[in-house]
Design a protein around this ligand. Sequence first.
Ligand code: AMP
Length: 279
Amino acid sequence: MKLVKTIVEVREQVKQWKKEGFTIGFVPTMGYLHEGHGSLIKKARENNDKVVVSIFVNPMQFGPSEDLESYPRDIEKDSKYVEELGGHLIFNPEPEEMYDDGFCSYVDMSVLTEELCGLSRPTHFRGVCTVVNKLFNIVQPNNAYFGEKDAQQLAIIKRMVKDLNMDLQIVGCPIVREEDGLAKSSRNTYLSEEERKAALVLSKSLKIGKELLESGCKDAGKVRDAIVEYIEKEPLARIDYVKVVNALTMQQVQDIKGEVLVAMAVYIGNTRLIDNFMY
Ligand code: AMP
């Protein structure tokens, strides 16, 4: 397993691999890896000859008052983990390697980015689309792996690849959870012991919503209200949003028909957590 910090080094390695006829799987991350990331790396290993993992805390996708500086980082531990899982290359650039002084080109998407997380984080998806586009151009993978944990991001990346005729497959991977149901996240490390317990309202309230749908409820408003009512009982929780949207367009629905995404962002103390399910 090799760790490189420059675009030139990634290009050289990938060029060599392609010459030898190897396929390339790519897993973009912000690091502080956990089993959620691990599941993506394993999937990439299964279906590709070589696996590239990027570890880059992308400044462009953080808002001015967000946690860019405090975002957890541990490149040594991450390197060991990628090696254990059989990854072949880590790309870990500094921000200056990705964005030089004159940088001024962006990938902006409408519609899908304007709902859910896009409302409370208005510049977030511009940062995500731009960096993912750059990373795809650098790594030139055959397949790229994204978690359903960030369901809106996954839908956006799939749309971007389609709209801009990018020559790769996007593979979505299921949410990996702690034993008690909390979705694994690098940001869970911010939680105090008390907040960690309170954070269970996300997965537990989603379960209530899912049960309602499974019992035949077709009213998105009712599903949403039941989820909100459950979360509001937890004093440490503050809802950013709870919404039922069309799984492809991310637009709110009133009646449940076709595939829907039930998604939420909830602050537990100062930590903003997201969770969702598809139905
Ligand atoms: P991040 O490092 O948080 O930007 O995440 C990198 C990738 O890992 C994204 O595609 C995430 O959706 C995915 N991911 C993060 N947490 C999980 C999880 N608990 N289960 C599955 N995928 C995840």
